[in-house]
Design a protein around this ligand. Structure first.
Ligand code: ZN
Length: 346
């Protein structure tokens, strides 16, 4: 099969399109013909060797994969060749107390699907049948690939971790990003009042189309001041934070008393100063969030298939243009997900 590999950590030029052996499904595994694979910023961190996960080259990137089952390994039940599926992103044990209670994102021995299998930047992938999620009809392969991580993460952050309630106010940092725009759609669905930030007026105009109540350009305006203005001086009930660095501080400064800041990323600064005194005096909460649970994936796929939420696909690239696809993502000009399509015209 054709696959995109890197043999050493580095920039875009370490990516190589190569012919490699097809993966073989072991007992309990299925072989998937990959039809769409969405890009994520995690891919960039892994390629550059700064992900803080134990990944060694040679490596095939890609954790968000959609395809059809091409073969069943020994002992696989409940699936047949031709079924349209996606692996749940995490490689979980299925046996620890968190997995057994449906909270797979807390698994004691977690990994990502591509760490133990090959990844989605390839024509085929073999993975455990235990990880498969069925894709409902009425959702294209590309749209399905754009759903799992963006909407699954946003759902887990807003509702499971952040406990967002109807009528509450919410600040979304970088509302034009994949998970930012997903959080916007879910929060509006839940009846929240949403303030969003972005660095360009184009992204803010796009977010307005999805119901954003208050748009703030963080390059031009003071975000906490604008949040206070929009909430009559109270601050927001929940902050959706996935950026880190100065955005984390802006989020803290935008919170109402007893508000929750939910965070799942720190690309713009992983270690930040933290003033303890105003934090405890206003009884704020900072809540960590990591990935999402499998039932949350099924939930957002169902919403997408029924047209209640809209997975956003910015651009589709053929597999051999993985380098251009990653470059497009790294320029951060996109609104929505970038998807690789093995089997697209070469
Ligand atoms: Zn587990």
């Amino acid at each position: 099969m054709k696959a995109v590999l890197f043999h050493e950590f580095g920039g875009l030029d370490v990516l190589q399109v190569e012919e490699v052996d097809d993966p073989e499904p072991s007992a309990g595994e299925v072989l998937i013909d990959v039809s769409a694979s969405a890009l994520n910023h995690l891919d960039v961190d892994i390629r550059e060797g700064v992900s803080r996960f134990d990944v060694q080259p040679p490596f095939i990137l890609g954790v968000e994969v959609v395809g059809r089952i091409a073969a069943l390994g020994q002992g696989v039940q409940g699936w047949k060749v031709g079924d349209r599926v996606m692996p749940y992103l995490m490689d979980t044990c299925g046996e620890c107390r968190y997995c057994r209670s449906g909270r797979e994102s807390l698994c004691l021995t977690p990994g990502f699907i591509s760490f133990t299998t090959s990844g989605g930047y390839a024509e085929k992938l073999a993975c455990s049948a235990r990880h498969l999620v069925r894709i409902p009809d009425g959702l294209s392969d590309e749209a399905a690939a754009a759903t799992q991580i963006a909407f699954g993460t946003a759902w887990h952050m807003l509702f499971t971790r952040g406990r967002l309630q109807p009528g509450e106010s919410l600040l979304i940092n970088c509302v034009g990003s994949g998970i930012g725009s997903a959080a916007l759609q879910l929060a509006k669905l839940a009846g929240a009042y949403v303030i969003g930030t972005a660095g360009t007026s184009e992204k803010l105009a796009r977010a307005k189309e999805f119901g954003l109540d208050v748009a703030v350009n963080y390059k031009e305006l003071d975000v906490p001041a604008e949040v206070m203005r929009a909430t009559e001086g109270r601050g927001v009930d929940v902050v959706f934070e996935h950026v880190g660095g100065e955005f984390f501080q802006m989020g803290l400064d935008s919170m109402a008393k007893d508000a929750r800041l939910v965070i799942c990323g720190g690309h713009s600064g992983e270690v930040v100063p933290f003033d303890i005194i105003p934090f405890f005096r206003s009884q704020k909460q900072v809540i960590g969030s990591f990935v999402y649970n499998r039932n949350e994936v099924e939930q957002v796929l169902d919403l997408a298939a029924r047209g209640v939420i809209t997975p956003l696909v910015y651009k589709v690239f053929p597999l051999h243009e993985a380098r251009q696809a990653m470059e497009t993502m790294e320029r951060r000009e996109h609104f929505g997900k970038i998807v690789l399509k093995p089997g697209a015209a070469t």
